[in-house]
Write a protein that binds this ligand. Structure first.
Ligand SMILES: [Zn+2]
Ligand SMILES: [Zn+2]
Length: 372
């Protein structure tokens, strides 16, 4: 499948048109024409090599919605023309304990799970390319049904932002009537507020931008604390059972720790790199758990799609054309995004003929074969 995409070949470059060939669909695989792709903060981090693990060329995008155009032999769950989704992973060993539990993101197979883009953990000259593209081919275990109630554009962000915040709430067993804090009211946070409410929690939004207060309340937050407001922080001390910290950069966690009730759980989901130091006594004296959680498995992703369909939870999106991606990245860096950009991929398809001669040819991707 000849595929047009937007990618980058080095960390300091902006994204530009690239083209490559995805191999023909094989047994057990689903070929998808991409109609929409959400823009996640990870896409920006990965394109710029902020986590020092990017393999170039890099074609980001892991909130993929599209239509099935072909299925390989043996595919039973999907058929041509259906609207489907692909999230952050395209392969895993399917045999280890984590995979058998439906937590493929923690696959302990020899090569762990294969991410939708920048996938290989062991550099072997190949790479996976994500959803800023006209099409993708994925094995059926990693393809998701999209409930009819959710529009394709609105479904896209649920595949990463939705499941990344739902999964820790499920794992640490957020109960009806408990109090949930959500730190950072951006792409992940605005989903976390709505999902927390749907699960019956009382939700406190924690933001550094006072101008997000009204928006957080509109999303359902019962309480909003602006982190520069010392009085509000004092009043909110020891009030939270669980905190989902979605802030996508290094930040001082101490003010958040002080908001936790004894026995509370803080789940970091947004930042992977070194954080400023904190005093362990703040954890020890209140038996707090400081934890991390990575995206979510396929089972959780299917569950959160259903939960969103049932409870009318929708991401707030702004549709952009593919060539608006560099501007979107710039706005994301300036935190000027409410809340999720979603690329309308027809904007890339319609430019296919015009683009092809200009687009740099890049090596064909693998399809997660490295995990096999
Ligand atoms: Zn993401
Ligand atoms: Zn596994």
């Amino acid at each position: 499948m000849h595929t047009l995409a937007y990618g980058t070949q080095e960390k300091s470059a902006s994204l530009s048109p690239v083209q490559f060939t995805r191999q023909p669909v094989r047994a057990g695989e689903v070929e998808i024409e991409i109609t929409h792709c959400g823009v996640c903060h990870s896409d920006l981090h990965q394109a710029r090599d902020d986590w020092s693990n990017t393999v170039y060329p890099c074609v980001p995008g892991h909130e993929i919605i599209g239509k099935v155009t072909r299925v390989g032999d043996g595919v039973s769950k999907f058929s041509e023309g259906e609207t489907v989704g692909v999230g952050c992973m395209v392969n895993s060993c399917q045999a280890c304990e984590a995979c058998r539990r439906g937590e493929e993101q923690y696959c302990s197979g020899p090569k762990s799970c294969t991410l939708t883009y920048n996938g290989p953990k062991i550099p072997d000259g190949t790479n996976t390319y994500g959803g800023y593209a006209t099409g993708i081919t994925v094995r059926e275990e990693f393809v998701l049904n999209i409930p009819d109630a959710i529009s394709p554009a609105e479904a896209a962000p649920i595949l990463c932002a939705g499941v990344t915040t739902y999964s820790p709430m499920k794992h640490w067993n957020l109960q009806k009537g408990q109090s949930l804090g959500v730190a950072g009211i951006g792409g992940l946070g605005h989903m976390a507020v709505q999902i927390g409410k749907a699960l019956g929690a009382s939700v406190t939004a924690l933001t550094t931008s006072a101008d997000k207060s009204d928006l957080a309340r509109e999303l359902g937050a019962d309480t909003v604390i602006v982190m520069s407001d010392e009085t509000a922080l004092k009043d909110g001390a020891r009030s939270l059972d669980m905190l989902i910290d979605t802030i996508p950069y290094a930040h001082d966690i101490t003010p958040y720790i002080k908001l936790m009730k004894p026995g509370g759980v803080i789940a970091l989901v947004g930042n992977f790199i070194e954080m400023p130091a904190f005093v362990p006594a703040d954890l020890v004296f209140h038996r707090l758990t400081l934890a991390g959680s990575l995206i979510g498995g396929i089972t959780d992703t299917a569950e959160v799609l259903e939960l969103c369909a049932e409870h009318g939870i929708r991401p707030q999106i702004e549709l952009i054309d593919m060539d608006g991606i560099n501007e979107a990245f710039k706005r994301m860096e300036g935190e000027d995004v409410r809340f999720r950009h979603v690329i309308d991929m027809s904007s890339l398809k319609s430019r296919r003929d015009e683009l092809t001669p200009e687009a740099s040819e890049i090596a064909a991707p693998n399809r997660g074969d490295v995990t096999g």
